[in-house]
Every structure is written in structure tokens, then in C-alpha cells.
Design a protein around this ligand. Structure first.
Ligand SMILES: [Zn+2]
Length: 496
């Protein structure tokens, strides 16, 4: 038995100015891993593709792994990049196999395509009309019909932060293996509702998504092969951005339809609970200072710079929130991170212990939201220089190697700023520990993140204050110009 396993992951922010070359699809800017190198890198990791490798190995299958391509979110990827990745997968399937397991994101836009994954599936079905295909998808999938119609099994993350990548890979793989053994007959129902839930309200430990995802999990305990509610990725001006669901049952299309509609109806009924209410940045900082005095417990007050999350296409170099923190003279602060490879090189050239003044961040313009890059000139001391490489401790993507590129801790006296060379969202405590920062000893911790920081850092936080800064993953959706998104859609338009 031969199984083709591959990864093609990109969450495309169509408002992002961050380019998406092929080199971005692998750690260290070296591009995707292929063949044995990919197998070695992902075997034993807590990832979707890691689970697929484990499941296929346990079934005694021969594994063919043509490519593992995973890029941090950014602008639509070039056609040439897409064609390279897709053709590696298609060629492997064309060589013959018994099944295909794909670890995809489900929100990949290219220069020419709104649904990169749907097009991949369409091509695979032409090559191998009957071969079982299992998909693991991110909860931020923007579902297009081809994904559900051409796949045999679809399983999406049921947690946000995504701490169930491995389980999702298994939920995609096991029904496919059962199918090969003649023990299951997966049938799919899918659907959408005209709504774009706000990202800041999508966490699966908050309402309403906690209840919605636990219902999907219950459906699987009650016999569905996979039940997935996708909250969607709103920073994509494409027709099908928004909420959707897919339910797979064993040979019972009516049940799949009923369960899928139940998830969609429950989400639609809760639509007003997905609305996020903004707080002016000035008020947030006043509140943060008050909390540092009054909040019980120990550990830092987390200041969440949620408009500039690189794991949603943010440039990770807008300086608004950090500037206000410095102006407010908050003390004993750590900030993760400003991605500015130029500044890192200046600091490394100056050397550990050197003091210097330089324009930090603000290197990328953001034309889609009408903003220019605006650096902040700061004076500080180079406290630490690092290669910037670590293994995730988990629970998210446990064991996966992460590469921030050359990294520096720049100490302004009150604030220790992590300055890094590649986009890495702080979802794992190792990103700070690698740079010699113990977050539990800080009074404030500024993070460029939205929900994923909770995976590895929530346990050290005394309280959290969401800070409305600046960036292409803005939480003020009224500033995004949607031209291709289907309308009307809640809450952008009045809905009956
Ligand atoms: Zn996601």
C-alpha cells in the first residue's frame, strides 16, 4: 500500500504587503522540504503532517512525501510558486498510489486563483478520479466548493489556538485508512452562512466558539467520521471568505446534511456574539497601568498588539503600540517582536553591550490600508544576540523547529525589545526563553498576536489588555476595502 502525504499551507491576507516567494514555504527562508528531508523533519512532531506520517506508518504503508510547504501568512503567492508546489504533489500522485493525505490550510490565494486548494484537488481528481483523498484543514479555512466536493474526507481544527493539529491529521487519516481496508464509506456534506466572525472573538476557549466546537466534537463521539466548523479568515477579499462547515459520515448522506446544517444554524444564531468591540489605544494603556497595580496574582499584564500579527499577514513591524508603551513610561516591559532584519544587522555590527540610536521597524508600506511604514527612532543597548532557532515546546506544533533568523534583544532601559529577522508569532514560550527573557519576571509583555499567544503564554499572564495599533490584520474591519467578497454578509451589511 502506497500513500502520498504532502503539505501545502498558506493563509493568504490579500491586504498584506508581505511577499510570498517559494523560499517563504520553509523554515530559515530555504523553501519547502522535499522527500526524505521532509519526512525526517516532520516525523514525530505534533503537526497535521506528523500525524499523517504516524497513521500511514502504523498501517504499514509505503510513504511518498513529495513536498512539505508551509509559509507564514502573507500576500497572495506567485503563480510560479503555486505551480511548483502543486506540480510536485500532482506528479507524486500520477506515479501511482492507493491514497492521498494532504495537510492544507484552506485559505490559499494566488495571483490567479482564489482557492489554491480547490484547484489542487481538481487537478488531483483528473489524475486519480477514484483514489481516496483526506484533507486536514485549519479552522481559518475559507471553504470553496471544490475542496469539499473532490475530497473523500475533510477534518478541520477544532481548537483556536490550534493545539489539535496532530489530532486533526489523525481525524483526516483514519477514515481514509478505514476506507482502504473496506471498513468505511465516507460521505460529505458542506455548507456556508453569510457571515465573517471577528478573529478576536473566535477563540475556542471563549463563547460562542467553545460551544460550537464542542458540539462538533460531540458529533464525532456520536458517530460522525469528522465534523468541522470553520470560522474563516476575514482578511481575504475573496468571494467565499467566512464561516462554513463540513461533516463526514459513514455512508449516511442525510445524517451528514443534518449535522452540517445544525452546526451552521448554531453559528448563525450566535452571530452577534462574534462581534468585537474596539477600545481606543489610550484607554487600553490606562487600563493596563491600573491592572498592574490592582490585578491579583503574579506575572505580566499582556499588551496584545493585535492589528499586526504576522501569523495573519501582518508586517510585524508597525510601531504604534510600542511607541505608546514607551511614551507612557511603562517599566519592566518585554516586547515580542519587531521583525526588522536591517536593524538586527546594525545591532550585530555594533556588538553586544554597544549603545546605538536607530530607526526601528516601519520598513514596509501598507497600501491596502492607506498607510506608509513609519519607523520609530530609539536609543538602546544591544543586550543579547542569538541565532534565533528553537524547538516548539508546545502545546501548539510541539517539536517543530522554528527559525526567527538572527535575533537581538534591544534594551531601552524600560523595555526589552526582541528584534528578529523572520516572521514568527509568539505562541510558544521558547521564543522568549531563547532570547533570555523570562516573561514571568516582567510587569508587562507586549505581544504581536491575537489568539495563538494563549497556547504557550496564557499561563504566565496575570491579565490581558487588547491594544488597537496599526496593521493589515486590523480589527477595525470598516477600514478594509472588500471588492470581491460576496455580499450581503454579516456584520458588514444589514441582514434580515
Ligand atoms: Zn488558523
Amino acid at each position: 500500500m502506497k500513500i502520498v502525504i504532502a503539505q501545502m499551507k498558506h493563509e493568504t491576507n490579500t491586504f498584506s504587503p508581505v511577499p510570498t516567494p517559494l523560499t517563504r514555504f520553509g523554515r530559515g527562508g530555504l523553501g519547502p522540504l522535499e522527500g526524505d528531508a521532509a519526512l525526517k523533519a516532520f516525523r514525530g512532531t505534533g503537526t497535521g503532517i506528523g500525524a499523517m506520517i504516524d497513521a500511514a506508518s502504523a498501517a504499514g504503508a509505503e510513504i511518498v512525501l513529495p513536498i512539505a510547504a508551509n509559509a507564514a501568512p502573507s500576500a497572495p503567492c506567485s503563480d510560479a510558486t503555486y505551480e511548483y508546489i502543486a506540480s510536485r504533489i500532482c506528479d507524486a500522485v500520477a506515479a501511482g498510489c492507493d491514497a492521498v493525505l494532504l495537510d492544507l490550510h484552506g485559505a490559499m490565494v494566488t495571483e490567479s486563483l482564489e482557492d489554491g486548494e480547490g484547484e489542487l484537488l481538481r487537478r488531483l481528481r483528473k489524475i486519480a478520479p477514484q483514489v481516496p483523498i483526506g484533507l486536514a484543514l485549519d479552522m481559518h479555512t475559507n471553504l470553496y466548493p471544490a475542496m469539499a466536493e473532490y475530497a473523500s474526507v475533510v477534518a478541520g481544527y477544532q481548537t483556536y489556538p490550534h493545539v489539535d493539529m496532530y489530532q486533526t491529521g489523525m481525524r483526516a487519516a483514519q477514515p481514509i485508512l478505514a476506507m482502504l481496508a473496506g471498513k468505511s464509506n465516507p460521505v460529505i456534506a458542506w455548507g456556508q452562512r453569510p457571515m465573517i466572525p471577528h478573529v478576536m472573538r473566535q477563540a475556542s476557549d471563549d463563547l460562542p466558539n467553545r460551544v460550537l466546537q464542542s458540539r462538533a466534537q460531540a458529533m464525532e463521539r456520536e458517530g460522525a467520521l469528522a465534523a468541522s466548523l470553520f470560522v474563516g479568515f476575514p482578511h481575504a477579499d475573496i468571494m467565499q471568505a467566512g464561516l462554513s462547515a463540513v461533516v463526514v459520515t459513514d455512508g449516511d448522506p442525510a445524517l451528514a446534511r443534518r449535522l452540517c446544517d445544525e452546526l451552521l444554524d448554531a453559528a448563525w444564531a450566535a452571530r452577534s456574539d462574534f462581534i468585537y468591540r474596539l477600545e481606543p489605544l489610550e484607554d487600553s494603556l490606562v487600563r493596563a497601568r491600573q491592572l498592574s497595580i490592582s490585578a491579583p496574582g503574579s506575572g505580566p499584564i499582556v499588551l496584545l498588539d493585535h492589528y499586526d500579527n504576522c501569523a495573519s499577514g501582518g508586517t510585524m513591524d508597525t510601531m504604534t503600540v510600542l511607541e505608546r508603551i514607551i511614551e507612557a513610561e511603562l517599566d519592566n516591559v518585554a516586547a515580542f517582536a519587531i521583525c526588522d532584519p536591517w536593524a538586527v544587522q546594525q545591532m550585530i555590527a555594533a556588538g553586544i553591550g554597544a549603545s546605538l540610536t536607530l530607526p526601528l521597524g516601519g520598513k514596509l508600506d501598507m497600501p491596502a490600508i492607506g498607510r506608509s511604514g513609519r519607523p520609530l527612532t530609539l536609543t538602546g543597548r544591544v543586550k543579547l544576540v542569538s541565532e534565533g532557532v528553537y524547538l516548539n515546546r508546545g502545546p501548539m506544533a510541539r517539536g517543530e523547529r522554528t527559525d526567527m533568523g538572527h535575533s537581538v534583544v534591544f534594551d531601552t532601559g524600560r523595555v526589552e525589545i526582541a528584534v528578529i529577522s523572520r516572521h514568527v508569532e509568539p505562541h510558544d514560550i521558547a521564543c522568549l526563553r531563547t532570547l533570555g527573557i523570562d516573561p514571568s519576571e516582567k510587569a508587562f509583555l507586549m505581544l504581536k498576536s491575537r489568539i495563538h499567544w494563549r497556547a504557550g503564554l496564557k499561563q504566565v499572564a496575570r491579565a490581558v489588555v487588547e491594544c488597537a495599533g496599526e496593521g493589515v490584520c486590523t480589527s477595525d474591519y470598516s477600514t478594509l476595502r472588500f471588492e470581491r467578497l460576496r455580499r450581503p454578509i454579516y456584520p458588514l451589511d444589514p441582514m434580515p
